[in-house]
Design a protein around this ligand. Structure first.
Ligand SMILES: Nc1nc2c(ncn2[C@@H]2O[C@H](COP(=O)(O)OP(=O)(O)OP(=O)(O)O)[C@@H](O)[C@H]2O)c(=O)[nH]1
Ligand SMILES: [Mg+2]
Length: 427
């Protein structure tokens, strides 16, 4: 089955904790602090992989959690960083925030890799918390948790070439002959129920993508047959290959078929109708095609369209056709190139708020110190450790928390809160 939507959960790695360690050396009874920093958590990236054409894999794996950073070690050694996790998606994948539907990424360029969630930063080891009066801090900072998100992935097939035509025209047969794709082929209409993609590579490192979509019939724009909804899959293609059963196996007139399909394309979108189109007369291995080729060619040339004859079944003429398609795709790509691969941070990196920006608000008899940087620091410290509290007291002094409390005439004994921390105010 062709799946073009998936929901995935991603979580960046947590930062490793900083640790409390001391040097233990012979003849030095109490060495200095030596706790290393925690490693950074792994990042989550998306990477565009040309080899993929569906979001099928996400049916089997929906959770992507990057490894955490290791805790710091003794001798001031930092913990190992968590490995990055790279999620591979086919070209044309759109990544949305699942709850807000906001588009976060539009992944079109093969090979590009984009960071979606950075790993949490590692906590600092006790080495960082020495002061002139506290040479041996017994606390360290915890690692920062990695962010997490539910995402919705959507794939709009990105093909260079779209195959259109009546059912049984031989679209899937042609795709199977020129690419490694193995679409179902059968002599009844609407064999193809979902788009198939194939990569055509005439020479190494050079390829284009063909999309085979379900057949169209007269009235498709009104929902007859499978309707025209699949045309949206070829809206972004550069060329349309219009396959016509030149032998009229199903009893219709090929020239009539040709005009009817073009009418349906126009009814769907003028833009699509104007897209460069090559008219391909198929089934020329069948004698019944002979009488129709000249008429069909005339109709195509009158519309200023190129005309080719092939037999998809015997593959006669398909190589020549692909060489021409390759030429055209290359030309059109040069005229309208997609931009160069980008590697960028798409989610705005959160500004890390400085600790010394805070304000104090009064809440009845209590006071609250509010400041994102300060609160963030507090979350990462062990508030049961008296030394960590001592460290904070120094910090409050330094950044002016006490001074401002005094200026507000906070009464002796009033409760002051900072994040999780609560203390009694004393002058
Ligand atoms: N003789 C002959 N038969 C062909 C040729 N190409 C395709 N066929 C046959 O035509 C029938 C339909 O071929 P498909 O490739 O399934 O046609 P399709 O356009 O994909 O049809 P839908 O998926 O139903 O829209 C099959 O029985 C094929 O074997 C050809 O060049 N010559
Ligand atoms: Mg088919």
């Amino acid at each position: 089955m062709f799946i073009d939507q998936a929901r995935v959960f991603v979580k960046a790695g947590d930062g490793g904790d900083g640790v409390v360690r001391f040097r233990r050396e012979k003849y030095i009874p109490a060495g200095g602090p030596a706790g290393g920093d925690g490693g950074k958590g792994g990042n989550i990236y998306f990477e565009v992989d040309e080899g993929l054409s569906t979001l099928m894999d996400f049916r089997y794996r929906r959770k992507f959690v990057a490894p955490s950073g290791q805790p710091g070690q003794s001798k001031k050694m930092a913990g190992k960083n968590g490995d990055d996790l790279v999620i591979k998606v086919p070209p044309g994948t759109i990544v949305k925030d699942d709850s807000t539907e906001q588009v976060l990424l539009d992944l079109t360029i093969p090979g590009s890799r984009v960071l979606i969630l950075p790993g949490g930063r590692g906590g600092r080891g006790n080495t960082h918390f020495t002061t002139p009066t506290r040479q041996a801090p017994s606390f360290a900072e915890r690692g920062e948790p990695g962010g997490e998100l539910w995402l919705k992935l959507e794939l709009k097939l990105l093909a260079d070439v779209g195959l259109v035509g009546y059912p049984n025209a031989g679209k899937s047969t042609l795709l199977s002959v020129v690419s490694a794709a193995k679409p179902k082929v059968a002599n009844y209409p609407f064999t193809t129920l979902q788009p198939n993609l194939g990569v055509v590579s005439l020479e190494p490192g050079h390829s284009f993508v063909i999309a085979d979509i379900p057949g169209l019939i007269e009235g498709a724009h009104q929902g007859v047959g499978l309707g025209i909804e699949f045309l949206r899959h070829i809206e972004r293609t550069r060329i349309i290959l219009h396959l016509v059963d030149a032998a009229g196996v199903d009893g219709r007139d090929p020239v009539d078929d040709y005009h009817k399909i073009n009418a349906e394309l126009r009814l769907y979108s003028e833009e699509l109708a104007k897209c460069p189109q090559i008219v391909v007369a198929n089934k020329i291995d069948l004698p019944a095609s002979e009488d129709n080729l000249e008429r069909l060619k005339k109709a195509a040339l009158e519309d200023n369209k190129e005309f080719y004859t092939i037999s998809a079944a015997t593959s006669q003429g398909s190589k020549e056709l692909m060489i021409r398609v390759d030429q055209l795709v290359t030309e059109l790509k040069q005229k309208d190139p997609v931009s160069e691969p980008v590697v960028e941070l798409v989610l705005p990196k959160k500004e890390i708020a400085p600790v010394d920006e805070f304000k104090i608000i009064r809440d009845n008899e209590e006071y609250e110190v509010i400041g994102a940087g300060l609160e963030r620091l507090l979350r990462r410290l062990d508030l049961n450790n008296p030394e960590a509290i001592g460290y904070l007291q120094n910090l409050f002094e330094k950044i002016g928390v006490y001074k401002e409390l005094a200026e507000l005439n906070v009464p002796e004994g009033a409760t002051v809160r900072v994040g999780e921390l609560e203390f009694e105010y004393m002058e």
